[in-house]
Design a protein around this ligand. Structure first.
Ligand code: TMP
Length: 209
């Protein structure tokens, strides 16, 4: 048996985590075995790395920061994601490798081709690629309003400036354009139920009957 590996991606305030929870609940109601998980994190070791990565200033350079995200991801894959897929489950993962490309590659390194090539190279040898990636895209002004309503920023990436978040959003769009078969973009500014229905349609289209 092989399950289905679905990742959710997008900038801050796009509603990803809410949609991930709703998706998992709906698919379970349809009778599927579902694993809902997130990055950075999703295994005990990776959750420890999450605390380091998201806390104030970890004092590491960009290359080390990228490799820490990769280290967390490898542990998450080995201990959580791959066993669930082998058991035939649908894995819904809130963020995965595209977040490293968008945040570290496009956001922090401003799309530096050498950094993008480094991240792609590690991904090619270290990851099981998602079967489907759902990108929640929405205008930054709307995402920012949602974040302001949510309260103080909680992690170091959220606290970075508007230009950084614009580069991240452009990065996600570039990833979607480069891999149209894997990445489906959904407008996150639509009503929550409409977004959920579109995400579910994409997943159901990939489930083996
Ligand atoms: P979240 O739980 O709110 O999605 O927070 C995770 C934060 O970590 C978010 O700001 C995006 C960031 N992040 C990266 O910068 N690189 C990565 O590879 C991943 C998975 C997340």
């Amino acid at each position: 048996m092989t399950g289905l590996f679905v990742t959710l991606e997008g900038g801050e305030g796009a509603g990803k985590s809410t949609q991930a929870r709703l998706l998992a609940a709906r698919l379970e109601r349809d009778g599927h075995a579902v694993l809902l998980t997130r990055e950075p994190g999703g295994s005990p070791g990776a959750e420890r790395l999450r605390a380091l990565l998201l806390a104030g200033d970890h004092g590491l350079g960009l290359g080390s920061e990228i490799l820490l995200h990769v280290a967390a991801r490898m542990d998450h894959l080995e201990r959580t994601i791959l066993p669930a897929l082998e058991a035939g489950q649908i894995v819904i993962c809130d963020r995965f490798g595209d977040s490293t490309l968008a945040y570290q590659g496009y956001g922090m390194a401003d799309g530096d081709p050498a950094v993008l090539a480094f991240i792609h190279g590690v991904a090619a040898v270290a990851y099981r690629a998602p079967d489907l990636t759902l990108l929640l895209d929405m205008p930054r002004t709307l995402a920012r309003d949602r974040l302001i309503a949510r309260g103080d920023p909680t992690d170091r990436y959220e606290r970075l400036d508007e230009a950084f978040h614009q580069r991240v959003a452009a990065g996600f769009r570039a990833i979607a354009a480069a891999e149209p078969d894997r990445v489906v973009t959904v407008d996150g500014s639509l009503p929550q139920d409409t977004v959920l229905d579109r995400l579910l349609d994409s997943i159901r289209a990939r489930l083996v009957p």
